[in-house]
Design a protein around this ligand. Sequence first.
Ligand SMILES: [Zn+2]
Length: 266
Amino acid sequence: MMRHTERSRAQTVRGTFRVAILAAVAAAGLVAALSGARAAEDCTGPLTGPNFSIPSGMVGFGRVQGLPRLPLKQNEYVLTIDDGPRSDTTPFLLDILAERCVKATFFLVGKRAEARPRLVQQILEGGHTLGTHTYSHPDLSNLSSEAIEAEMLKGRDAVEAAAKVEGYSPSLRLFRYPGSSGVPPILPKPLIDMARSDGLTVAGIDYSPQDWRNSPPEESFKRLFDQWGDRGVILFHDGMANTLLLLPMVLDELQRRGAKIVALNP
Ligand SMILES: [Zn+2]
């Protein structure tokens, strides 16, 4: 998610991005681990959970949105990553996930997917699930319902086109609107009605470290576990250097707690 107030911060971050990422990864001692990370897609590890099929009648889910929660079992969690694909961070995220043998759902921004179809392919090759996140990531509160629907559908079409390869033509069901980790749980009813009429499921969230702030990973880690529950959907963001440090910390903690990461099957 990226609101207006967050955009300037993100732009500041982007200036020193490559250096920051390399420093962050080196500091975490991840370089050696990442080099061999692209091994088996179907590996299993302590965190690897089963596939989870979203019930067919479910038109939306997420505690923060005031929607029903996914019917997960105790200690099962879903990893979701918004705002990609980004050439600076997506490959690192994929390596971290591959190293732990866990699958995530990537909610991609249409125009980014359009510009970087190879990264979309890499996400699929890693066995992850795709969702959509509008075409240009606008502030929906400033748009008419017609413009919101156009963003939603154009975004879906762009990600589907980027994901398409010979013999595989995806039909994407999961939609996450920008601003989903926002503190006020706003979900205009027309949005969910619109998504339903277009065959989309509104994918909300249960927990967020608010890593779009790109604050030190320890702070984000505390924010996440301060609101913790025994199952649910976790939101991370692509494009944030500190998330490359935060994600392994969270996965270590989940492993310590005996949690499983389930792969969403829309
Ligand atoms: Zn977003």
